[in-house]
Design a protein around this ligand. Structure first.
Ligand code: F6P
Length: 358
């Protein structure tokens, strides 16, 4: 097997704190193996538009503690087409890029598989604040985002206590409620709503009414951005109005939004990014591809991307007709077991929250 001489690295989809730490680890590891590194600027669209820059250990020195991604990112629609993939492959050929690492979420990994199929070995590294990639227990950026959200909520709690107000806080995470639940538990919220579990709004209103009657001043309520009413309205906004109108409470609404995505990565994110980054380079050197780095029970393990994507669609109930055709019965059983485990984990967390939300 011929040794790889040049690899490309890109970040794609929503940025996440820790992406730079992964970039640094990969650049330094590859360079110590005598491999040239090219940073693709602005995600997959950088490959379509030939926007790249050579990266050396000097270039990535000092970026480990920076939020965002220094090679930028985007959500590239053109890359989702066959012509787009062909163009990206062509750029790799022209630049002598023999293998790729793509850091991002599920959309990023679909792209990674497409590149591998078209002859550019690619591995994925999970980077998203949502922690919503079913195959891995952890995605880079999650810890920083939950700590940032918690810090903001702690600050809001100070002022809502002073004024006897109720703060309704909308938290990012797309369709995954783990970020919301974790900060709800950690901030001592009195109610939390997430996409995965039906929310008993009447019971929550009654709880809040009773708490106020008993003299509770400030109260925090955490609601995932992915929770909507039956007619498609943001539940966070609807619930705030209900508390105000029905209980006559002085309510304040806060949408944390992108503040959760920025800022210095925590040690958890820097370390995980570094270990996953080094592992990704080692795998490419060994000639492996079409794998995504996963953390399973505290260990970093590579998983086949197509399996990870199918398991993800299964968990998110987005499987299409032929999605499972190429898998064995045993592989499908494994996916189902993983989905059951994920559902049980979130339910357990929700029950823990509910039992202490007072
Ligand atoms: O996937 C990360 C994430 O921040 C989600 O939590 C959120 O729903 C989405 O990206 C926001 O995307 P954009 O940055 O494109 O507004």
């Amino acid at each position: 097997m011929e040794k790889i001489k040049k690899i490309g690295i890109l970040t794609s989809g929503g940025d996440a704190p820790g992406m730079n730490a992964a970039l640094r680890a990969m650049t330094n590891k590859a360079s110590s193996e005598g491999i040239e590194v090219v940073g693709i600027i602005g995600g997959y669209s950088g490959l379509l538009n030939n926007k790249v820059k050579t990266l050396t250990p000097e270039d990535v020195s000092g970026i480990i503690g920076l939020g965002g991604t220094t090679i930028y990112t985007d959500r590239c629609l053109e890359f989702a087409t066959e012509a787009g993939v062909q163009k990206a492959v062509q750029t790799c050929r022209e630049l002598g890029i023999e293998a790729l690492v793509a850091i991002g979420g599920d959309g990023t990994f679909r792209g990674a598989t497409d590149m591998t199929i078209h002859g550019v070995p690619t591995v994925g590294v999970p980077g998203t604040i949502d922690n919503d990639i079913t195959a891995t227990d952890y995605t880079i950026g999650f810890d920083t985002a939950q700590n940032t959200a918690l810090e903001m909520i702690d600050r809001m709690r100070d002022t809502c206590e002073s004024h006897a107000r109720v703060n309704i806080i909308e938290i990012m995470g797309r369709d995954c409620g783990e970020l919301t639940l974790n900060v709800a538990i950690a901030s001592g919220a009195v109610a939390a709503a997430i996409p995965e579990i039906p929310f008993d709004a009447d019971a929550a209103v009654e709880r809040i009414r009773k708490l106020r009657e008993e003299g509770r001043r400030g109260m925090v309520i955490c609601i995932s951005e992915g929770v909507f009413t039956a007619d498609g309205k943001k539940f966070s906004e609807v619930f705030e109005k209900r508390l105000h109108d029905e209980l006559g409470l002085d309510t304040k609404f806060a949408r944390l939004a992108h503040v959760q995505r920025g800022g210095q990565p925590t040690i958890r994110d820097r370390k995980t990014a570094s270990v996953m980054g080094v592992t990704a380079i080692e795998l490419l050197i060994e000639g492996k591809s079409d794998l995504v780095m996963c953390e399973i029970d505290g260990q970093i393990k590579p998983i086949e991307i197509r399996w990870a994507l199918a398991a993800d669609r299964m968990y998110k109930k987005k499987l299409k007709d032929n999605d499972l055709d190429s898998f064995t019965a045993e592989q499908i059983d494994e996916m189902e077991a993983l989905c059951d485990r994920r559902a049980a984990e979130i339910e357990r967390l929700y029950n823990v929250f509910e039992s202490i939300a007072k």
